[in-house]
Design a protein around this ligand. Structure first.
Ligand SMILES: Nc1nc2c(ncn2[C@@H]2O[C@H](COP(=O)(O)OP(=O)(O)OP(=O)(O)O)[C@@H](O)[C@H]2O)c(=O)[nH]1
Ligand SMILES: Nc1nc2c(ncn2[C@@H]2O[C@H](COP(=O)(O)OP(=O)(O)OP(=O)(O)O)[C@@H](O)[C@H]2O)c(=O)[nH]1
Ligand SMILES: [Mg+2]
Ligand SMILES: [Mg+2]
Lengths: 279, 301
């Protein structure tokens, strides 16, 4: 491991490379980061092996720090948060966590069960809504998700609810019809509440590899993705692909999921994330 | 794609009668990047590139073949071999042949395990559907007592397929599974498919639970359900699941996406356990045999 007292040599650089690569940072971003570290060493910014990890930690944190960490609140009424992502990434559970997070800040919340396709998806969200004492809008089996979204927006606006969170079905970005469906949901929301969805959070599975970048890029083409929730960081996965996502797509991670209960949720802190990367 | 990158590497190098070490080193850099981008684990990439180098250096350049194509073929063949295939053979057509280790007497027990959200519940339904279509009488078991509406999810899937689901209002998964196997024996179901809760390999309690389920039901198949877009972490979880259970095979899910799927190679390489079949969609029909040659091409992009 990167222990104290090491001198800067090829073995050390190789070790740094290993840490980054096995953290899903990806080969290109790793090469680029190591190159900038080597340049910093050459320029005397890093004098010994002991300086290397702190330098890397702060370099990575600087790249990941979001320019806007808070939720994009709607000044004029209900804030609509749309949740999207590929199958099984943790959307529904993240919504439960977000509800608890918002309820703790005294916001009134309604959730919309717009996954009308998957078995027991509506039931799953319904159970969470009940546990967390938030409003729930669902549709009939196999209803049009956009219709449910519209009904939910209608309900939230008329009741003056602070936040409406819209759960959607998992979808692969390779499924054109499902990506079009997502676009339709955003349009319908915007029709009923001006500016909606004000925040569109893509839930990225923390165990995902380089495909996370393609996913994010594709989802952004169909919805105005404003940030990410990275789930499942309580395992051994490091979520390193977010470096490329921030670097290439300029999208910040806003929240992280660290478990299966509604409490396992926190705003994203670049320093904490970066420290976890280097153990 | 890797083929294109190798082509540009070798077009920079002159004519050769045999592949020199420095020629191969340059090609290996491209291969390493391609494999890492495809999410193959770093340790597997290192071993692979060493093996490829050993095979490629000194190889006589075949008259009618370009050197880049020659190296690409070495890489491809090596991947096919590691994925459990025979290089040079073409995958058999999809005749629905999915190999299962059948029980010699009594119901065949299949345990589905894996990380959260990988596709276990859906895969249980898919496998049950397939087995029913082949004349078997499967019993699905809802042994996830933790996720909200998990039992309901399997019940809805079972109902849509007209396949019985054993479920209980409350109780602990190991006992539920044990009772389900006894019930299957009594009712004449010849296959029992255990749907378990998603769990982290670092969760001591839940890993003990799945070991307990296996101890009580003595499964003939223990399948790791792996999301094909998993990155470097795949080897960490696969290793622990294999050491704890052990596994008899792997199911790769969500292959209908565009992820390169290098995690499959990593897991096979580290556990030695074969991919039994793959998931290619959300519908219960979306279950297919695994084709090592197609997977190799996919990983190489
Ligand atoms: N360990 C861990 N598990 C999580 C986390 N977030 C979600 N999960 C689990 O991941 C699994 C999938 O979560 P869901 O919320 O159903 O995922 P989803 O994206 O809504 O799934 P689909 O709607 O089917 O696409 C569940 O077992 C969750 O408990 C997390 O941060 N850590
Ligand atoms: N596109 C696609 N989606 C799949 C595939 N297999 C499963 N899914 C979807 O992935 C999501 C998660 O599937 P589940 O079966 O709930 O996963 P799980 O492993 O049982 O989840 P937990 O029990 O929470 O750990 C659902 O939206 C499924 O429809 C597949 O092969 N392709
Ligand atoms: Mg969901
Ligand atoms: Mg499940």
């Amino acid at each position: 491991a990167l222990v104290k007292g090491r001198k800067i040599d090829d073995a050390l650089w190789e070790e740094v490379e290993e840490i980054l690569l096995t953290s899903d940072v990806g080969p290109d971003a790793t090469t680029e980061l190591v190159a900038s570290a080597r340049l910093a060493a050459k320029n005397g910014e890093i004098l010994s092996g002991d300086d290397l990890v702190p330098w890397l930690r702060s370099a990575v944190a600087a790249r990941l720090r979001p320019d806007e960490a808070d939720i994009r609140w709607n000044a004029g009424g209900t804030t609509v948060i749309l949740i999207a992502g590929v199958n099984g990434s943790g959307k529904t559970t993240s919504i439960a966590k977000l509800c608890k997070f918002l309820r703790a800040r005294n916001k009134t919340v309604i959730v919309a069960a717009c996954d009308t396709f998957r078995a027991a998806a509506v039931d799953q969200l319904g159970i969470w809504a009940k546990r967390l004492d938030v409003g729930f809008v669902g549709g009939s089996n196999n209803a049009d998700p956009a219709a449910v979204a519209f009904d939910a927006a209608e309900s939230a606006a008329s009741k003056g609810v602070d936040v409406l969170i819209v759960d959607t079905a998992g979808r692969l970005h390779t499924q054109k019809n499902l990506m079009d469906e997502l676009s339709k949901i955003t349009r319908v929301l915007g029709k009923r509440i001006p500016g909606a969805p004000h925040e569109t959070l893509l839930v990225l599975d923390g165990t995902a590899g380089q495909n996370g970048l393609q996913q994010t890029r594709a989802f952004r083409e169909h919805a105005n993705v404003t940030g990410l929730i990275v789930s499942k960081l309580d395992g051994t996965a490091k979520g390193g692909v977010v470096l490329s996502i921030k670097d290439q797509l300029k999208l910040p991670v806003k929240f992280v999921g660290t478990g299966e209960s509604a409490d396992d949720f926190a705003p994203f802190y670049a320093d904490a994330f970066s420290s976890a990367l280097f153990g | 794609s890797l083929a294109q990158r190798l082509q540009s590497v070798f077009s920079r190098l002159g004519r050769r009668t045999a592949l020199t070490e420095s020629d191969v080193d340059e090609a290996l850099r491209e291969i390493r990047t391609a494999l890492l981008t495809a999410d193959v684990h770093l340790s597997v990439v290192k071993k692979l590139t060493a093996d490829i180098k050993a095979r490629a250096v000194g190889e006589k350049v075949i008259e009618s073949v370009r050197p880049d194509q020659q190296v690409a073929k070495i890489v491809y063949d090596e991947l096919v071999r590691l994925l459990g295939g025979q290089p040079g053979t073409i995958s058999p057509p999809n005749d629905g042949g999915i190999p299962i280790r059948w029980s010699a007497s009594g119901p065949t027990v299949i345990l589905m395990a894996g990380l959260q959200g990988s596709g276990k519940t859906t895969t249980c339904a898919k496998l049950a559907r397939y087995l029913k279509s082949k004349g078997h009488r499967p019993l699905l078991v809802a042994a996830d007592m933790q996720r909200p509406a998990a039992v309901e999810q399997l019940k809805v899937l079972g109902a849509s397929l007209e396949i019985p689901v054993h479920w209980e209002e409350s109780g602990r998964p190991p006992k539920i599974c044990e009772r389900a196997v006894a019930k299957a024996t009594a009712d004449g179901n010849d296959v029992v498919i255990l749907d378990t809760a998603g769990r982290l390999h670092v969760d001591r309690e839940l890993m003990d639970e799945v070991r307990d389920i296996a101890a009580r039901t003595k499964p003939h198949e223990v399948l790791l359900v792996l999301d094909s877009m998993t990155g470097q972490d795949a080897v960490n979880s696969a290793k622990v699941f294999d050491e704890s259970l052990p596994l008899t095979g792997v199911v790769l899910t969500k292959l209908d996406g565009d992820t390169r799927g290098g995690a499959a190679l990593s897991v096979l390489s580290v556990t030695g356990k074969p991919v039994r079949f793959v998931g290619t969609g959300e519908k219960t029909e979306a279950l297919e045999p695994f084709h090592p040659d197609r997977m190799a091409s996919r990983i190489l992009g």
